[in-house]
Ligand binder design. Structure first.
Ligand code: 5AD
Length: 481
């Protein structure tokens, strides 16, 4: 394979840029120099990295919704409606744009205009183009991030960053494996090197752009060490291309100790691996995603899930939390439901803010467990890549060394099976070909056996299925009836 974890030269980047900009008419309207000028004119209050840095200094957890509709004016109204209830704003991109189906997005815009309501599940930024996207940034007081799920997000990045968005979510693994069926991993990683190089180019011009690999992956019983391994690989790939402001993410699993240990280990492992690779000039923060699996339909029950996630976000010391809404079980929320999710979250964050989870041997043990798991997996990734983390990532997925549970991508082995233990922590039932140390696997098996005894049934796939639906049916652990 020609993929290497090496900073793209300016020539390589420029050559590729010409092709990228020609893929849709709005690409021709993008002027990088003008983008830099506009970015430099933004006040700190509208710069993602500045707001994050302040939160890190103050040990504060910020909150951010998801939101996006088809038309620019409606999108602006939506974000203005949410703005006073949150610290950071999103623009969630629609599914057609994520698949680079801009013709379909154009039809969606036309149909939305005719219907007088959004018929897309997000904001089609590429179709709207630079000037219209800038209108969004101009209309708001707070920083705006592009949130999507796009294996090839090169044109989207060019347009939105030139428009003044100051943060960009995604990565070559995290926006492929959980989102696409047939996109080769080598290709999506290569396309994300372009996105990272673009961010790196802004950095070279004095513009700080936040980069956030998508932490939760499939959002379904993902063990912390799996998502941490992917997050750290994507962090390394981003740093190589010149990114300097990285937010690593994790999706709530549901067990108090495991979730707090996950955010702590994520931050510490991030520094460990970034510094071992020779990077020192970067800012690191973390994001905690409220429960990404199935939600209860009952809105009062949904608020409890949101509240527990908010408490964990604050207690874990995450820099920001991505917020769910009481409409989660039914689809895209109304703007009112979206704000209600934010208000519930802020109330909890404010109540928990000053509290610290007391030091405990149980917590320390969980932190150490995750660290050992991540180190074992990443050692194998580097070995497979003969020192190159991009090559290693592709080969590790081929070999099943990296394996994301319940992900649709054909290049993902799907052999690893997670299940909850007797306290609801996500453990490894079947490791597939993921190289966990023998004593670590013994620990997982013991924890699962403890639950099996309590439920008077043998550990089996039914337990996994029960766990997947448990929270939507009002429990954490899928106990037999
Ligand atoms: N507006 C609000 N939330 C959205 N989500 C996806 N698209 C939008 C949108 N346009 C949410 C889903 C789910 C998560 C993955 O993103 O409801 O919670």
């Amino acid at each position: 394979m020609s993929l290497r974890n090496r900073k793209l030269t300016l020539d390589e980047f420029q050559q590729e840029r010409t092709e990228v900009m020609a893929t849709w008419p709005t690409g021709t309207g993008v002027d990088f120099e003008d983008g830099v000028r506009y970015q430099l004119s933004l006040p700190d209050s509208k710069r993602f990295s500045s707001v994050l840095a302040q939160a890190v200094r103050e040990n504060k957890t910020l909150c951010q919704p998801r939101a996006g509709v088809a038309l620019v004016d409606e999108h602006i109204k939506l974000l203005q409606f949410l703005e006073d209830s949150c610290d950071l704003l999103p623009s969630t991109i629609d599914a057609y744009t994520r698949l680079n189906h801009y013709e379909k997005a154009a039809e969606g815009i036309e149909r939305s205009l005719a219907a007088g309501t959004s018929l897309l599940n997000g904001f089609p930024a590429v179709n709207h183009g630079l000037a219209e996207c800038r209108r969004v940034v101009e209309a708001l007081k707070k920083p705006v991030q592009v949130r999507h799920g796009t294996p090839d997000a090169r044109l989207l990045g060019e347009i939105t960053l030139a428009a003044g968005f100051t943060a960009y979510e995604g990565g070559g693994i995290s926006y492929n494996i959980p989102y696409a069926k047939k996109v080769p991993l080598e290709r999506s990683i290569r396309h994300w090197q372009y996105c990272d190089r673009l961010v790196g180019l802004y950095e070279e011009h004095g513009v700080r752009i936040n980069r956030e690999p998508f932490g939760p992956l499939s959002g379904t019983l993902v063990p912390p060490f799996i998502s941490h391994s992917v997050a750290i690989i994507e962090g390394l790939l981003a740093l190589e291309q010149g990114c300097k402001c990285i937010t690593l993410g994790y999706g709530q699993a549901g067990n108090l100790v495991q979730d707090i240990a996950a955010i702590r280990s994520l931050r510490e492992l991030g520094d460990e691996f970034f510094q071992a690779a020779g990077y020192t000039d970067y800012a690191l923060s973390t994001v905690f995603h409220q429960w990404m699996g199935g939600f209860p339909e009952n809105e009062s029950m949904a608020y409890a899930v949101i509240g527990w996630g908010s408490a964990m976000a604050a207690l874990s010391g995450a820099t920001k939390v991505i917020v769910k809404t009481p409409h989660e079980a039914s689809g895209i929320p109304t703007k009112e439901a979206n704000r209600q999710g934010l208000d519930a979250t802020r109330q909890m964050l404010n109540m928990v803010r000053e509290q610290v989870f007391p030091p405990s041997p149980t917590l320390e043990q969980e932190v150490e467990l995750i660290k050992r798991e991540v180190r074992a997996v990443l050692a194998k990734v580097f070995e497979l890549g003969e020192g190159d983390v991009a090559v290693g990532a592709v080969r590790a997925f081929e070999a099943g060394v990296l394996d994301v549970p319940f992900a649709p991508a054909a290049c993902n082995a799907g052999k690893l099976l997670p299940v909850r233990d007797n306290e609801g922590a996500v453990r490894i039932f079947e490791p597939g070909r993921v190289p966990l140390p023998e004593d670590v696997m013994t620990y997982h098996r013991d924890k699962i056996a403890e639950r099996a005894r309590a439920e008077n049934r043998a550990p089996a796939f039914q337990m996994v299925v029960d766990d997947i639906y448990a929270i939507s049916k009002s429990k954490l652990i899928g106990r037999p009836r």
